[in-house]
Design a binder for this molecule. Structure first.
Ligand code: ATP
Ligand code: MG
Length: 597
């Protein structure tokens, strides 16, 4: 099924935060966006945690539900804005008493437990830099990141500490304090602080010290999809973009119940799983458990979620579980659904309409951009397969690099080039940690170059083609993987698809596809040939894959991105490279799992 445009009604447009996109773009300034926030009392600067928590706790939203945490086993913990203020103030006080200074890095290694959220906001309150690590990392990826960040403090759980940190601690000379959320036994391992005891002893009032818009606030490691993860540094001013984009791209309002399924170990789970919804004064839902189709539908229904932000991997897994399951759990409060992290196939956008009566709204951004840059907005018609249009205040161009510091801007609509953004938006990264040269290489001709290839259509919608390194050159054609993958996804047996360029003496490269099947379909030679024929009919012989392998699942990063580079390395018999972010792969005969950030 393919729909060219999913139109929005006049009523939907009017009811959204940004009813007229063109007008909003014309009128927008970041200075105005900054005015929607408070700033620290007494003109002492800008602080993310103040905007997210304290300013609401000091006003009419004090008693409002800020976070609802759903435990794996059915426990529910609620935090009002005032409760969150008190807990995060206590945590900030704890850090200050331990001697943590502005600019010091406080890392976390926690599953999605309430203490992670308290630690994140409390760290920002005390003026230190928060760096979340994904809790499923093994000891070596944890060591690499903590060492690179020179973290002084780590917040983790007793169990994670014992399993993953105690053995590497001697190799972390900068790590002075480990604060541990005690387990069932209520004890903290030797050499660690007990978070419960520290919080209980701390004052629930805390005056946030001066932090400036340019003070470092967040250190996020990228997903490692294309190589070694990079540490992207962000400042407190990023909150201006977190707040503004949450309102415009996610259409969030204070009366919303918002569920961002991403883990705070990745940037989405922080910018939109913690900061954005709180700055708006909405209620955020956090689920501790891993992906489970039925559980997710129950949450949407029982928590009366109004706005839902998830990722293509999760959507594809829901699709695999079948639309009937979705229909067993009607969620009438749901009014806006969005996706980020990977290209969203048109098939998946349209499936949203079948399952929820709403299209998925794809949006695009990166760890480096800190916030959403391109989106399908609530007030705009959706063109399935497109990432949408740039946010107000974000100027993009399609370019070709012509030298170290020069680019040509591509002006023809439809022509493929690298997505470039004019620097100056508040959540732009301020550097790659300890890699100044790489940071500088990301800019040329007055643009930040994203490494992603796109084309713009005459309506100003932006279409993802592939990552710069993933584009396939075959018999003189440039083939974007996304187009081929989307065509394969239209076949009823295909749950996931990805393609690589395989070296070929004649064609330079040929398109090779890897697919995973939906339940009820078996790999066979007949199906393989059928898929090749199916793709040929849709794409033409020049673009369609020449080879297709059926796998039990596709290798993914823990943030849910398909790792093409790994498939390619295996295909070519080359070293597999940095696998620190690889999600454990399904064995033959099992169904796909995968990240859900
Ligand atoms: P690394 O930089 O370490 O290789 P990564 O780029 O996957 O990892 P992230 O910053 O988490 O790390 O991901 C951003 C990238 O994800 C984007 O550059 C883009 O390639 C992809 N992406 C995100 N959203 C979308 C989207 N809506 N459509 C297409 N691609 C997307
Ligand atoms: Mg990247």
């Amino acid at each position: 099924m393919a729909w060219d445009v999913i139109e929005k009604t006049a009523g939907t447009r009017r009811a959204s935060n940004m009813p007229d996109y063109e007008a909003a773009r014309r009128q927008f300034t970041w200075t105005e966006a900054r005015r929607m926030l408070d700033g620290l009392p007494g003109g002492r600067g800008l602080n993310i945690a103040h905007e997210a928590v304290d300013r609401h706790a000091a006003g009419p939203l004090a008693g409002k539900l800020a976070l609802r945490w759903l435990g794996r086993n059915g426990t529910v913990r609620d935090f009002t804005y005032d409760e969150l203020r008190r807990q995060t103030s206590r945590f900030a006080g704890v850090l200050t008493r331990l001697g943590v200074q502005p600019g010091d890095v406080v890392a976390s290694l926690c599953a999605r437990i309430p203490e992670l959220y308290i630690a994140a906001l409390g760290t920002l309150k005390c003026g230190a830099v928060f760096s979340p690590l994904f809790s499923a990392f093994g000891p070596e990826p944890i060591h690499t990141r903590l060492e690179k960040a020179q973290a002084r403090v780590l917040v983790t759980t007793a169990s994670l500490y014992r399993r993953k940190v105690s053995d590497i601690r001697a190799r972390l000379p900068h790590l002075e304090h480990v604060i541990v959320v005690p387990g069932e036994a209520a004890d903290a391992p030797a050499g660690t602080h007990n978070l419960r005891q520290l919080l209980d002893a701390a004052d629930d009032r805390f005056v946030i010290p001066a932090t400036q818009p340019e003070s470092l606030a967040l250190l996020h490691f990228t997903s490692g999809t294309t190589g070694q993860p990079k540490g992207a540094m962000h400042v407190h001013e990023a909150v201006v973009a977190h707040h503004g984009t949450t309102r415009t791209a996610l259409d969030l309002r204070p009366d919303d119940r918002f569920w961002c399924t991403a883990d705070p170990g990745w940037v989405t789970g922080t910018s939109y799983g913690i900061v954005g919804p709180l700055t708006v004064g909405a209620t955020g839902i956090v689920d501790e458990a891993d992906f489970d189709a039925e559980r997710w539908y129950r949450i949407l229904q029982q928590e009366r979620v109004t706005v839902w932000y998830t990722a293509p991997t999760a959507i594809r897994m829901l699709m695999k579980a079948g639309v009937d399951l979705a229909r067993r759990f009607p969620a009438p409060d749901l009014r806006f659904i969005a996706s980020v992290g990977e290209p969203l196939n048109p098939e998946a956008v349209v499936w949203g309409v079948e399952a929820f009566g709403l299209p998925f709204h794809d949006n695009w951004w990166q760890t480096e951009t800190g916030g959403i840059m391109i989106a399908n907005f609530a007030s705009m018609d959706v063109r399935p397969g497109s990432m949408g249009r740039p946010l107000p205040g974000v100027d993009i161009a399609v370019v070709r690099r012509t030298g170290d510091d020069t680019v040509d801007v591509v002006t023809d609509p439809g022509t493929v080039g690298e997505l470039a953004i004019v620097p100056g938006w508040p959540s732009m990264f301020r550097g790659y940690l300890r890699d100044e040269a790489r940071y500088r290489r990301s800019f040329a001709g007055g643009y930040y170059l994203t490494g992603d290839l796109v084309r713009m259509d005459p309506n100003g919608y932006c279409w993802f083609v592939g990552r710069d390194n993933d584009v396939i050159k075959s018999s003189g054609h440039l083939i974007g993987p996304f187009e081929v993958e989307s065509a394969l996804m239209e076949h009823p047996a295909v749950a996931e698809a990805t393609v690589i360029g395989k070296p070929d003496p004649m064609a330079y490269e040929i398109v090779k596809a890897f697919v995973a099947l939906k339940p009820g379909h078996e790999a066979s030679e007949t199906l393989r040939l059928e898929l090749i024929g199916f793709a040929r009919t849709r794409l033409g012989a020049a673009v369609a894959p020449k080879e297709i392998d059926v796998l039990p699942g596709l290798p993914k990063t823990r943030s849910g991105k398909i790792m093409r580079r790994l498939l390619k390395a295996r295909e070519l018999g080359l070293p597999e490279g940095d696998l620190s972010t690889l999600e454990p792969e399904p064995a033959a005969g099992t169904s796909t799992s995968g990240g859900t950030s």
